[in-house]
Design a protein around this ligand. Sequence first.
Ligand SMILES: [Mn+2]
Length: 402
Amino acid sequence: MIDAIYRQTNRTNLIKSLGGGIVVLTAHTLMQRVNDAVYDFQQEANFLYLTGIEEPDWWLILDGARNKSWLVSPEIDDVHRIFEGGMTSAKAVELSGVTHVITRDEAEALLRELAAHHSLVYAIGDDPYASHYNFFQNPAQKDMWRRLSRTFGEVRDCRKSLVGLRAIKQDWEIDAMKRAIRLTNDAFRTVRQKLPELRYEHEIEAEFDYAFRRAGRATHAYDPIIAAGLNACTLHYTKNTARLKKTDLILLDVGARVDGYAADITRTYNLRPTKRQQQVHDAVVDASRRIIALLGPDRLVVDYFAQVDEIMKDALESLGLLDDRTDQEAYRNFFPHSVSHGLGIDVHDSLGGPRYFQPGMVLTVEPGIYIPEESIGVRIEDDILITANGYLNLSADLSTDI
Ligand SMILES: [Mn+2]
């Protein structure tokens, strides 16, 4: 359980970074799966960051000028209350530290009153990921934006400020991530031990499911990738149904989500690897070590990515896969994804496009080499915290051995 005092600090920091003002945010709403069934609910990350509430349709109103805050409880009809329950106001207060809980009607009146003194209101705008991937976005934020633009003179997006705050993890966030990583690492160790008796990709997946569910508060932070042999060359392979062959390398990319924070870890296993499989695996492990060692505060992000390219090209050369280091297309064929992304509430948590790495940032380091012609796909992924003096590999206690 994460203390409400931290949520309070997050709200204060947001108001500070905006230089005061009015902020109105909404939780995600439920999405229909089929007829009367809904998809698993996941809270909008910024709303979770500011309130700790993991229930749909709540609102948060902040008045930076008067230093006041309100939660708005959703209108839940009796049918939904009986079937799905719902969060009590007392629980919402306990989680968020916001002491005033008002109804939707009271909120409408409050917003009109605030609009009489402030023409500008901050809200969350369109999710750039949704348009980039052509996903249907949870409609709650758009609905709120429309509602606010009817009442206020101008609605402005405060997503950038929140990205900036969330990119620098506080100690309690790092602690939550450590809990997620510990649980994930433990499950990896169990799986590796049981590997001789596991016959299908989904049997491996089930071991992770069991470990995470058994821990109570944990879920998967993302769809796990359990990919044997050639399947490992499909980067987002999540079918996880193939039979395991003794000769297959097995790539496992799995992360638990604990107390709202994600782990994201990859290992590649085979109990009796061929010489070639071992060679490729060694090359990726070696690259991973060299890349992690590049990290530290005040290092230029562009330099990091440039040096990663050199390290990965060294690896590919050593394996006889790359003759010409300037052949960008050949290089990208064997290593077609980014080496790092931010990690936090979201498994791809934005670092806000910084020029330099800064203490408190958490990112993955995940070099991989994929050779479909040889049915080999190897990736090693660790979760790294940038510290004041260098870095800390949060997932280091999980062996990278094959
Ligand atoms: Mn990752």
